[in-house]
Every structure is written in structure tokens, then in C-alpha cells.
Design a protein around this ligand. Sequence first.
Ligand SMILES: Nc1ncnc2c1ncn2[C@@H]1O[C@H](COP(=O)(O)OP(=O)(O)OP(=O)(O)O)[C@@H](O)[C@H]1O
Length: 251
Amino acid sequence: MSGIALRTQGLSKSWGAFKANSDVTLNFASGSRHALIGPNGAGKTTFINLLTGVFAPTAGQVFLGDEDITGLPQHLRVKRGMTRTFQINTLFPGLTVLESVMLALCEREGKSSTWFRTVAQQRREADEAMALLASLKLDRDADSETRNLAYGRQRLVEIALALATRPKVLLLDEPAAGIPSAESAELFEVIAGLPRDVTILFIEHDMGLVFKFAERITVLVGGRVLCEGTPAEIAADPRVKEVYLGEAEHG
Ligand SMILES: Nc1ncnc2c1ncn2[C@@H]1O[C@H](COP(=O)(O)OP(=O)(O)OP(=O)(O)O)[C@@H](O)[C@H]1O
């Protein structure tokens, strides 16, 4: 696939006089693995919330492919192909991994309220769910209750649930947060191996993971784009060093 999967034009969000995002204009190429980095409070999560429709922007637009989705409610953005991860702990506490993914698949097909389905229909969904789990190396956990899995594997189930909506764009806000580093590397290996028809934008604080897995990096500082480029370009940019060195000195 080529072209632009997602772009923003002059996207801004203020609360009173405070500008959390200012004039953010970015392109996300189809199939790319794009990281959004920046110091605490830079406005990264705000940007994701503007993309998904949690917040309405003060100014600017969001385009998914060619469509201006700025005014769309959250669930219609998911239907159009932009999904962020769901928190399984709050969604399906007592279900197995397989049941959770089947439920997400049924939800996508609009079948979640159908109490009677044929065995053949259920088998199709189970097969699709198992294939999805296998692609994330979660098939061995299919019959475990999600709440009994290690935290890192729970995060993978969250990604499976997001993928069940068949996204064109997948948004991951710190997918490895709270996971031991050995597990987080494994999680990112799986994310990196996702099909190329899914464009991935992720926020991540661990620079080792960012520079290993991102193909493009955007640095946000004070709600503005400081710079954007390949990992090599970002690593060599003196402005980025200044921002992070300044942070280290304060820390
Ligand atoms: N609903 C809100 N009302 C007012 N201010 C907010 C709101 N949400 C976020 N902010 C402020 O906007 C700024 C940017 O926050 P945001 O969470 O987007 O930053 P971040 O880059 O994701 O930070 P972190 O890396 O610490 O998660 C912060 O100063 C925050 O306090």
C-alpha cells in the first residue's frame, strides 16, 4: 500500500489559555510504524485523543485516508478503520482469551445482540479468532481467562481485540507501560510483525524500543511538533538532544 493513511492539518487543543496541542500538521504513511515521543506533558496523549474523537479540537482537521473525520463520533471512527487498544480488564473480566476475541468479532459484524447463532457461524468466528490469536502468538492462551494471564500477555489480548475491528490505523498509547523489559521487547516484536496493511502510531517512553521499532519519529514539545524524521535523523538532531538532556538534568 502507498499513500497517506492518516493526516492532521493544524490540529490544536486548548483548555482556557493553556495550549496542549498547537498547529500539529502530520502525515502518517500507509503501513508505517510511527512513534510519537516527547517529554512528559508534551501533548502526546492529547493528540491521540483528538485523533480518536475523545476530545474535539479547538482548531484543525483529522483526515483518515481522504475523508475528513474531524466531526465524527468515536465509534464511527472505529468503523471507518481507526482503533486504539481497549482495556480488557474493564471490558471482559471473566471471559477466556478466545471468547473475548470472538465477542469483539461479533461486535464488528453487529451480531453481539443475536443470542442464537448456528454452529457453523460460531465455528467461522472461532476460526477467525484463533487465526488472529496465532498471529499474535497468543493461541496457547486461548482457553485461559484473560485476567489470569501475565500483564504483558494481557496487553497482547488488548491488541487482538483492537485488531478484531480490522483497523487500517492502530493507535497504541504506551503499549509496554508497566511490563517487565524482557516482555516489552517481545510485545514490540509482535507489534512489528503485524500485517503491513495496518498503519501503526505508538507513544512510547522507552527510547530503546522507539529506536528499534519505529521507522519514523515525531517529537512533540510543548504541544508543538519540534521535528519529524527517520530514527537516524532524530538521533542526530541537536534540538532533540537538548530537550532530552534538559529533561535528564531536571530529573
Ligand atoms: N482534560 C484536560 N484538561 C486540562 N488540561 C489537560 C487535560 N488533559 C490534559 N491536559 C494537560 O495537557 C498537557 C498535555 O498532556 P498529555 O497527557 O497530552 O501529555 P503527554 O505528552 O501524553 O504526557 P505523558 O508523557 O506524561 O503521558 C498536560 O499539561 C496536561 O495536564
